[in-house]
Design a protein around this ligand. Sequence first.
Ligand code: HPA
Length: 231
Amino acid sequence: MTIHIAAQPEDIAETVLLPGDPLRAKGIADKLLTEVTCYNEVRGMLGYTGTYRGKRVSVQGTGMGMPTTAIYAHELIALGAKRLIRVGTCGAYQPHLNIGDVIIAMTASTDSAINQHIFGQKDYAPAAHFPLLLKAVEAAKALGVAVTVGNILSSDSFYNAHSEHWHKWAEYGVLGVEMESSALYTLAAKHQVEALTILTVSDSLVTGKVASAEERQHSFDPMAKIALALV
Ligand code: HPA
């Protein structure tokens, strides 16, 4: 039992998928898992444990942004989780990325001060667990899902005050923006657990396109299947 997760260590699997949206956690559990139990409803941040192809897996909503993601990651690690796999959406920064494309985050840059609290003015490079990353790339290939692997930005703001704020990141090859992974990778490194982020492009800063509700609903499956192949 932790402050935000009403579960015992035995309720949580070693591998936990982390969608931002708690209803997406429910969707993954309902659609893709069997023998499902709901272990958390505190604050509506739903968490489930079930079975995928004979293996135990949990799915826990985190909410949006690094503070809330860090709370759930921290408490899941305290409850014994060993492998944290974020499955979420991102905005594309590069012209070759389209709605529905899948990105695997090798590293996560950030505009957040979250790491400055740890490292002062020095830069830390939050990175995915490489064997897990490699496995995800291989799983995507086996599933016939094209993926782009690289650096993403974990931002503290969705609605940025400066409309051109993203160009510098794009110029330096950053693939897209979300709001969680930098803190997740840093925390996982500190506690020596594995972490990886897999993202589906839901909007493009380059073209201004935004996924329709229908596209959002269906585009999530390839990413979830790659993540579940890592269990
Ligand atoms: N910005 C930040 N986070 C996001 C975005 C975005 O455009 N799209 C999906 N997550």
